[in-house]
Design a protein around this ligand. Structure first.
Ligand code: SF4
Length: 600
């Protein structure tokens, strides 16, 4: 057990902040993602385990296989809250077990590694059920890997607490390489320390009112995140058939509204720790048809689009089931969707033959064949083995025209489940991020807090780059707190809650500076591993121009060098190389990173 100095918390908080500093300190550039010395930091944060809504978040930080660089990915649920009750802020996984094990944290902080040989091959849903029964635990957080993680599929995820997924940059593959099948944290007797309960309660109520009353919160409580399917369709940002079109008249079938109107589906609320948006997360049971009896979680927006529109599937129940198959196998749904869509298009374009795809009846709108392919990927069987290293690697291995169809960034990660050709802020963020997923965008931002007017034109490339740069840091601050983004997304109130818990006097400026430090630390981690601005661009298809639909003709990448230069400059980085300037690092108190970027 290691005591973390107060100064470390004051500089890095928890979550990705704490994780990034441990990663930077302990994982040198020579340590690859599957090396035993790679670390997986599973952290809570300073807000964790309090009565703040959704304060049970798990933040996972490691070196991930998709980019070979830093990975920061979050899952909601109970982990962060229960870890606090056992007296810990974070667990750091290192080494490699000769055989499969799981970690059990229980009995007031006792940590044990136990054999998981009998759990091998279980999917993530079965794993949770089995461990809960076996350990006779009524209240425990259980996260683990499925067959994909065991087989080191590069986009394997960490899944737990009935459907929560730390999805990005292959954290599940790293755990598979360590042969750690699961992490179980029982609820303990401890309580988090709070400096000023009355102040925390005031901030909690205000945050709760904000999250429940804003338009997004109202809609999400009623219909989940998939409530925005039609909004995205009308904006041209629904991903359809591997970005070959933006027309899908049946798109509404994939919405949260339609899920609730479908008699074959039964939904039941399954909220996370202390959550006040109680109807967001739900379990789902299929009541009729060939999948009757299937149980899972209500898919989020990206799961419904990934297993729906991206594959040309518009059958509501089929998309729900497929999304859960991906979670059960333990894979990132976005990369899975781009991989399956890529294979379908390669087959229809004659780039792959029927024999190449193991005779599968792949095509747009064919859920059964998609399911067979997903299971092959998870087990690295046949064509699945080719796709199990991600779209970029598969396209490179096939070569030729395949590279023109694949959706990825040159760094190796792929976009979330949107068509970013109509969401320019996220396209840029996906390309320049240091985490293997978006870093700055994705959610609410009040630009007046940064002294800026609201954005004028979401299709102005330079304005997009400027605003992305100005807001970067906020999400890293948020992901260092240990709370669900949906519940806690009002910057000044978040700072109030932090101050109430710690007794500090942070301002929003302090929070932004802390978040910017995380960005720079992760960029330095990547840079010293050979990951430079060279890879900060989209693949040809990802950066292409929509041929139809509402965003037809919109061309974000027309002057990509100018977009990048604007972004780098806004970050205080060298506009040509994307390296943070010495004065930028000095202003944030990160002088130690200057030689990393500027020694030669
Ligand atoms: S909003 Fe949803 S994901 Fe967030 S804490 Fe509540 S139930 Fe969990």
């Amino acid at each position: 057990m290691e005591e973390v100095p107060d100064a470390t918390y004051e500089r890095w908080l928890g979550g990705v902040g704490l994780g990034s500093t441990i990663l930077y300190r302990e994982v040198g550039p020579e340590i690859g993602w599957d090396h035993p010395d790679n670390r997986v930091i599973l952290a809570s944060g300073p807000l964790a385990g309090t009565r703040l809504s959704g304060s049970g978040v798990l933040a996972a930080v490691t070196r991930g296989p998709m980019t070979g660089g830093a990975c920061s990915t979050q899952a909601n649920g109970f982990y962060g809250a229960y870890l606090k009750t056992q007296g810990y802020d974070a667990v750091v996984i290192q080494g490699q077990s000769p055989e499969a094990v799981y970690l059990l944290v229980h009995e007031g902080g006792k940590a044990e590694l136990r054999s998981a040989q009998h759990l091998l091959g279980l999917d993530t849903w079965e794993l949770g059920e089995r461990l809960k029964a076996e350990l006779n635990l009524k209240t425990a957080s259980i996260f683990g890997i499925g067959p994909a993680g065991e087989n080191r599929v590069r986009f394997a995820a960490l899944v737990g607490d009935k459907g929560h997924v730390a999805a990005h940059n292959g954290v599940g593959a790293v755990l598979g390489a360590k042969r750690l099948k699961a992490i179980v944290v029982a609820r303990g007797p401890g309580r988090p320390r709070v400096h000023n309960e009355a102040e925390l309660d005031r901030a909690r109520k205000a945050l709760s009112d904000h999250s429940k009353s804003r338009e997004f919160g109202v809609r999400m409580q009623a219909y989940g995140t998939a409530s925005s399917v039609l909004t995205h369709y009308r904006a041209g940002s629904l991903p359809i058939r591997n970005l070959t079109t933006n027309i899908l008249p049946e798109a509404e079938n994939l919405s949260g509204q339609r899920m609730r109107q479908t008699p074959a589906l039964k939904l039941k609320p399954q909220p996370c720790w202390a959550c006040n948006l109680r109807h967001h997360c739900q379990t789902v049971t299929v009541l009729e048809g060939p999948n009757a009896g299937f149980e899972g979680e209500e898919p989020e927006f990206e799961a419904m689009t990934g297993m729906g529109s991206a594959l040309g599937i518009t059958d509501t129940v089929a998309a729900v089931v497929l999304a859960n198959v991906v979670d059960r196998m333990g894979m990132d749904i976005n990369e899975t969707a781009w991989s399956v869509g890529f294979a379908i298009e390669c087959l229809s374009e004659g780039i792959l033959s029927r024999q190449d795809v193991d005779g599968l009846d792949l095509g747009w709108g064919k859920p059964e064949a998609a399911r067979q392919l997903i299971e092959r990927i998870a087990c690295r069987e046949g064509i699945g083995d080719l796709l199990a290293d991600g779209v970029k690697e598969a396209a490179k291995r096939i070569g030729g025209r395949a590279l023109e169809l694949a959706v990825f960034t040159e760094k190796g990660n792929s976009p979330r489940g949107h068509d970013h050709r109509a969401v320019w802020a996220e396209l840029l963020d996906t390309c320049v991020s240091n985490t293997g997923t978006i870093e700055a965008t994705g959610g609410y931002m009040d630009f007046s807090l940064l002294g800026l007017p609201p954005r004028k034109d979401a299709f102005d490339a330079v304005e997009t780059a400027f605003y992305n740069a100005k807001m970067n840091g906020y999400r890293q601050f948020q992901d260092s707190l240990g709370c669900c983004r949906f519940c806690v997304d009002h910057p000044p109130l978040m700072v109030d809650a932090l101050n109430a818990i710690t007794g500090w006097s942070w301002s929003f400026g302090d929070a932004m500076a802390m978040g910017r430090r995380v960005v720079h630390q992760l960029r330095a981690f990547n840079f010293r591993s050979g990951i430079t601005a060279e890879g900060e661009r989209p693949s040809r298809r990802y950066g292409s121009v929509p041929v139809d639909g509402p965003a037809k003709g919109a061309h974000f990448t027309a002057d990509w060098p100018r977009v990048l230069a604007t972004y780098y400059e806004g970050m205080g980085w060298d506009p040509a190389s994307g390296k943070p300037l010495p004065e930028t690092l000095r202003a944030l108190g990160q002088d130690e990173l200057i030689p990393v970027f500027w020694s030669s």
